[in-house]
Design a protein around this ligand. Structure first.
Ligand SMILES: [Zn+2]
Length: 271
C-alpha cells in the first residue's frame, strides 16, 4: 500500500493528467478491480456455464491461441463461459474475458469465435476498461480514493468494480470498439484464424436484430457502434490478409457445448 501511495503521489505531481497515466498504478490495481467485479458479473449472467469436457478443452485451446497473439504479457487472461441465452461477450480489467452460452451457440466456425474473443482480449490489451474508469471518475478522485486507509480500500475497490460493470454494459467509446475490432481481427489472424470470421459473426448479429430473437442481442447493439460501420472499418484489414491461407488442422467447433438436455438450448432452432 505504501508503494501504491508513493505512485499516486507521483501521479498527482505529474500533471497534466492523462487517461493512460492510470496504467502507472500497475497491474495489481487493475487485477483487483476485475477480480472484485467478477462474481457480480457471473451472478448477473446466470452463473458459470458447465461445458462438456471436450468443449471446454476446445474453447481453452482456441482462447489461449488468441491470447498468445496479443502483446500484453503483464497479466494472466482467463475465459469464463456464462449460462445466459443473451448473445454477448465481455472483458473486465485485469484479464477476465466472458462469453455467454447464447454466443457460443450462435457461432458457426472457429474463425467467428476467434474474432469475437480477439475483440475482447483487445479491450484488455488496450486497457479500455481502466481508461474508461479514469474518464468517469477522474484521475485525481481515483487517486484520493486509493490514498485512503486500507479499510477504505475495500470499499473503494467495490465502487470501482461496480462502475466497471456499468461501463462494460453501456459500452466503451466508439474509438475503443473500432480499435478492439481491428486488434482483435489481427490477433485472430496471428493465431491462424481468418480475420474475416469477425465480419461473418457481425453480419449474423445484424440479421438477428431484425428477427424475433432480437431481445437476445439488444444489449450487444446498445453497447456497440453501428454494425455496418464496424464491418466497413474491418474490410480493408481483412483484404490485407486476403492472400494468406489460414489453416488449423482438425479445428472444428464442438458439436455440443453442454452436457445433456438443457432448457436453455434451441437458440438456433428458433432463429
Ligand atoms: Zn467491445
Amino acid at each position: 500500500m505504501r508503494r501504491l501511495s508513493i505512485l499516486i503521489a507521483l501521479l498527482l505531481i505529474a500533471m497534466p493528467v492523462q487517461a493512460n497515466m492510470f496504467s502507472m498504478l500497475g497491474t495489481n490495481v487493475e487485477r483487483m478491480i476485475g477480480q472484485m467485479a467478477y462474481d457480480d458479473l457471473v451472478a448477473e449472467y446466470g452463473g458459470v456455464l458447465e461445458l462438456r469436457p471436450d468443449a471446454a478443452s476446445y474453447l481453452d485451446t482456441l482462447f489461449t491461441r488468441v491470447v498468445e497473439a496479443n502483446p500484453r504479457r503483464d497479466i494472466e487472461f482467463s475465459l469464463t463461459p456464462l449460462n445466459s441465452r443473451e448473445v454477448n461477450a465481455f472483458a473486465l480489467p485485469g484479464g477476465f474475458v466472458f462469453v455467454t452460452r447464447g454466443l457460443l451457440e450462435l457461432v458457426d466456425t472457429p474463425e467467428e469465435l476467434a474474432g469475437v474473443l480477439g475483440h475482447e482480449v483487445a479491450h484488455i490489451a488496450h486497457k479500455h476498461g481502466m481508461n474508461a474508469l479514469v474518464r468517469q471518475v477522474g484521475l485525481v478522485t481515483l487517486a484520493r480514493l486509493l490514498l485512503r486507509s486500507t479499510e477504505g480500500n475495500q470499499e473503494m475497490l467495490e465502487t470501482l468494480a461496480g462502475l466497471s460493470i456499468n461501463l462494460l454494459k453501456s459500452g466503451w467509446s466508439r474509438e475503443a470498439e473500432y480499435e478492439a475490432d481491428a486488434s482483435g481481427a489481427r490477433f485472430a489472424a496471428t493465431a491462424d484464424y481468418d480475420p474475416a470470421g469477425l465480419i461473418a459473426f457481425l453480419t449474423k448479429m445484424q440479421e438477428m436484430q431484425g428477427d424475433r430473437q432480437r431481445d437476445l442481442v439488444s444489449t450487444w447493439f446498445a453497447s456497440h457502434p453501428p454494425t455496418e460501420d464496424r464491418i466497413s472499418k474491418l474490410l480493408p484489414l481483412v483484404k490485407e490478409h486476403h492472400e494468406e491461407r489460414f489453416f488449423l488442422p482438425n479445428d472444428r467447433l464442438p458439436r455440443r457445448w453442454v452436457q445433456g438436455a438443457d432448457p436453455l438450448s434451441g437458440l438456433k432452432a428458433c432463429a
